[in-house]
Design a protein around this ligand. Structure first.
Ligand SMILES: C[C@H](O)[C@@H](O)CC(=O)C(=O)O
Ligand SMILES: [Mg+2]
Length: 436
């Protein structure tokens, strides 16, 4: 069943000109062109694994370069060798004696690690003939633990504690699998209210979303308070008092500014303020959390939280009330497993970041695993959904009644259509040639 040696790795710079219509725009990223460094690994038996990491345009070529630098650590290894000591392989990539200097475990090199390891996990799941979430759910807890690098987090979560969490969650597992296959995992939408959208477009998209059964909505804020008041009031009126509203400032404010600004928006009853300040400012997030708690507003962050050590400290400092894992920011499934387990121990719900290119396709697997094998709870939990660029994937997400339906195809849902890759490759693809 298993494939053998990985003999080739290719990586391409694939960009979509989403900035032309302001899709994905926020208070800090005013012109994002949703992009990926797209990785394909090939085995000597002709099997492929697909992986990617997400960026917002310029700079993708630097991530591509970092993937190329890591490829020598992957090519020549067999899948069996890798998965028999996945922790060791994770360390090999993240702790290379020379390359770790340009991280460690952060920035471009961490994004590249995610792209490469996502391809390895995709290959593993394909070789087992299972979607990734099912590979994880069926895996023996000890084997799962052996994929995680516990270095730097044992003060918050030991291997024994992690194993205990997984073993306890075996109870009722099949019931939760059946429930997910029937109902899917609850989602919220960010598609209606990107910062660059007009009020008219916002209203139209919100009306459509309500008609499609969406009940949870995220709005971009942070550039101009008057605009935020107008847009939040508009969307709250449209969705009514019982649907859920979240706001996202994408790191725009200082700590004090975040507190005053969000206090002014409190009457629209947001469930959370996302990324109020620098993603690295753990104590700042803790201060904001403390100040906003009496207003019933939580702090959410994670899409730019670059490793398990940062998440550990956010949790230890009570600096966030919603953990937003990202399938391509952390070091792939391996590091996400560590964060899911820590979040469970600290009793903080995980509400993944998705959207971009392929982030929905990937992270749905992780949150299904979280529900089925770790948290066993849907309280205060939902996964982000953004309705862009799914048509470029071989196995796009399936949303039904605002829920992610579990993927059925083997793998990690990373494979893109070759025609899409070629037309969007930067700068030589047709789409980009036309724009020059
Ligand atoms: C630049 C991205 O579109 C960003 O705004 C996404 C984001 O913050 C989110 O989906 O949350
Ligand atoms: Mg966000």
């Amino acid at each position: 069943k298993m494939t053998k040696k990985i003999i080739k790795l290719t990586v391409r710079d694939v960009r979509f000109p989403t900035s032309l219509e302001q899709h994905g725009s926020d208070a800090m990223h005013t012109d994002p062109d949703y992009s990926v460094a797209y990785v394909v690994i090939e085995t000597d038996q002709g099997m492929q694994g697909y992986g990617l990491t997400f960026t917002v345009g310029r700079g993708t070529e630097i991530v591509v370069c970092a993937v190329e630098a890591l490829s020598a650590l992957v090519v020549g290894k067999s899948l069996e060798e890798i998965v028999s000591d996945f922790r060791g392989f994770y360390r090999l990539l993240t702790s290379d004696g020379q390359m770790r200097w340009i991280g460690p475990e952060k920035g471009v090199i961490q994004l590249a690690t995610a792209a490469v390891l996502n391809a390895v996990w995709d290959l593993w799941a394909r070789s087992e003939g299972k979607p990734l979430w099912k590979l994880l759910v069926d895996m023996d807890p000890r084997k799962l633990i052996s994929c995680i690098d516990f270095r730097y987090i044992t003060d918050a979560l030991t291997e024994e504690e992690a194993l205990d969490i997984l073993v306890k969650a075996q109870t009722g597992k099949q019931q939760r699998v059946d429930q997910m296959l029937k109902e899917g995992y609850p989602a919220y939408t960010t598609s209606c209210a990107w910062l660059g959208y007009s009020d008219q477009l916002l209203k139209q998209l919100c009306t459509d979303a309500l008609n499609d059964g969406w009940t949870k909505f995220k709005v971009k804020v942070g550039a101009d308070l008057k605009d935020d008041i107008r847009r939040c009031s508009l969307i709250r009126q449209m969705i009514g008092p019982h649907n859920t509203l979240m706001i996202d400032a994408n790191q725009r404010w200082d700590v004090g500014e975040a507190i005053t600004w969000v206090t002014r928006l409190a009457e629209y009853k947001p469930l959370w303020i996302e990324e109020p300040t620098s993603p690295d400012d753990i104590l700042g997030h803790a201060a904001i959390s403390k100040a906003l708690a009496p207003l019933g507003i939580g702090v959410a962050t994670g899409e730019q939280c670059h490793n398990r050590v940062m998440f550990k400290q956010f949790l230890q400092a009570s600096a966030l009330q919603f953990v937003q894992i990202d399938s391509c920011r952390l070091g792939s499934v391996n590091e996400n497993l560590a964060v899911l387990l820590m979040a469970h121990k600290f009793k903080v719900p995980v509400c993944p970041h998705a959207g971009g290119v392929g982030l929905c396709e990937l992270v749905q697997h992780l949150i299904l695993f979280d529900y089925i094998s770790v948290s066993a709870s849907l309280d205060n939990r939902m996964c982000e959904f953004v309705d862009h660029l799914h048509q470029h994937f071989r196995s796009p997400v399936v949303i039904q009644n605002a829920h992610y339906m579990p993927p059925k195809d083997p793998g990690y849902s990373c494979e893109m259509l070759e025609s899409s890759v070629q037309t969007h490759q930067y700068p030589q693809g047709q789409v980009w040639k036309k724009l020059q």
